[in-house]
Design a protein around this ligand. Sequence first.
Ligand code: HEM
Length: 247
Amino acid sequence: MASASSTAPVYGVAPLRAGQGSSFVLRRLHSLTGIIPVGAFLFEHILISNSTAISGPDAYARQVSFLANLPLVFFLELIGIWLPIAFHALYGFYIWYRGDANTASYPWSGNWMYSMQRWTGGIAFVYIVWHTYTMRFSGTDLHENPVASFGKVAAEVHNPWLMAFYVIGLIAASWHFAYGIWLFCAKWGIVVGDKAQERLLSLCLAFFVVLTVVGIASLYTFHSRFQNLPGVTGNIASRHAAIKGAQ
Ligand code: HEM
């Protein structure tokens, strides 16, 4: 016979429960990696590192140089960023594909937030792959040449289509992370009770606005100070030269 708790309607997000074999461990790991290290990295990337661009190319170059000179930086990136993102993203697509019974009951009509969490994850994935490839693995190596950092990003977002892509990627990742904090707290039983969850939701939405506004302010700075391009080579430099020539 089904227990009362398994037949009663579940409001809000169901907590992650043990007893589901390896999928419980993987679900917990997926949930945790969304906050640490992936979410922590996104926080640092938008609110600390990239926002230094607002203070100008020199400040930005110093910040990139600081990051590039961290000890064992390649392994830090591999273990602290790339592998956790790859796991979170691939398992996230699997959860999406499976339709996921564990979180079927999200608040608000039509499970709108449920769909948003999946679509923003998917958009962020496309954006992250592109962004990592262009900024880290093609053109000027910014770890070797941090002074070229501002110009490399500036040339990228000077293209209006790429600027739009950056803004969409930023909004998708910010929403996904901010609402993800709320989901995490609900699923791990950190914030329980309707009132407390409502208050947390307001905080998370405010955090989404902060991430988006600071991110757009940084992008705007890159866009408006496009001329500074010391040391940039490869496709971006020739595109920059072509645009400058046409001006
Ligand atoms: C910008 C990088 C990302 C960050 C910071 C991030 C962060 C988070 C956080 C904090 C959560 C809430 C944890 C939870 O549900 O308990 C979450 C959930 C989720 N993420 Fe991500 N994520 C990122 C990228 C992705 C990508 C690329 C996908 C691929 C589709 C994805 C798919 C999902 C899914 C499906 C959920 C909901 C799981 C559920 O409802 O049970 N995420 N993410």
